[in-house]
Design a binder for this molecule. Structure first.
Ligand SMILES: C[S@@+](CC[C@H](N)C(=O)[O-])C[C@H]1O[C@@H](n2cnc3c(N)ncnc32)[C@H](O)[C@@H]1O
Length: 217
């Protein structure tokens, strides 16, 4: 036994402290964490493909958890960039601040994104990357977070988010996709990324619409 836990290909489970922190939060607050395991490196790479590799950029992550996606974002960023991550769970925040001192961790609700970033001098982000558990949020908080993302996104910026294959056929997942299309002019869906538990699709969204279109509800 070498102290390495394996729960799936490319998962962060090779880092026992990260897995302990994730599992602890998932058991304590299943209705907030909304996943059974941290994202794999394959999913993290797919989500962070929108992060600019040239020039200093500002990137905001929503729901970093124990930070597998943060690592992938960091791997792309040019010197002089800023990398921020908004996390609602205090135990995850404590873990991240200790394990990833290079990350600007903001404790709070993604629904308050603009207000959380303003005191840090951040008004615009070149990329926003989310692994938020959308299926756990009612319609209004979903719309509110998408609106906040649209407000902070730079005109040429992009937003990515994951949709787990295990849930894509559910009515709530269809409703979320309608809300995405109401909030952004372009929504491209890529994947699936099979090397993740569960496998996931990645929605890549650009050009937030100034006046939200109706999402049919
Ligand atoms: C599915 S987990 C993803 C964790 C990690 N990014 C990963 O890929 O393994 C969702 C994360 O979003 C956080 N979260 C849930 N609701 C949130 C909210 N309203 N604002 C910010 N973070 C939130 C949870 O605490 C959890 O860390």
């Amino acid at each position: 036994m070498n102290g390495t836990l394996q729960i799936g290909p490319g998962h962060q489970a090779g880092q026992p402290a990260a897995l302990r922190a994730f599992t602890g939060a998932a058991l304590r607050r299943p209705g907030v964490v909304g996943a059974v395991a941290p994202s794999s490196s394959a999913l993290a790479r797919a989500l962070s493909a929108i992060v600019p590799t040239t020039g200093p950029a500002v990137v905001v992550e929503l729901g970093p958890g124990t930070g597998p996606v943060s690592d992938a974002i960091r791997g792309r960023l040019a010197p002089g960039s800023r990398q921020l991550a908004v996390e609602i769970d205090p135990a995850m925040v404590t873990y991240l601040r200790r394990a990833k001192p290079w990350l600007e961790v903001v404790h709070g609700d993604a629904a308050e994104l603009g207000a959380l970033l303003a005191p840090l001098g951040v008004e615009r982000a070149d990329a926003v990357v989310s692994t938020l558990p959308w299926s756990l949020f009612p319609a209004d908080p979903q719309r509110r977070i998408l609106r906040e993302v649209g407000r902070v996104l730079a005109p040429a910026g992009a937003f990515t988010t994951v949709a787990y294959l295990s849930a894509v056929a559910m009515p709530s997942s269809w409703a979320f996709r309608r809300r995405l299309r109401a909030a952004f002019d372009e929504v491209l869906t890529t994947g699936p990324v099979w090397r993740n538990m569960p496998p996931g699709l990645v929605h890549v969204c650009r050009r937030p619409v100034a006046r939200e279109r109706s999402d049919g509800e």
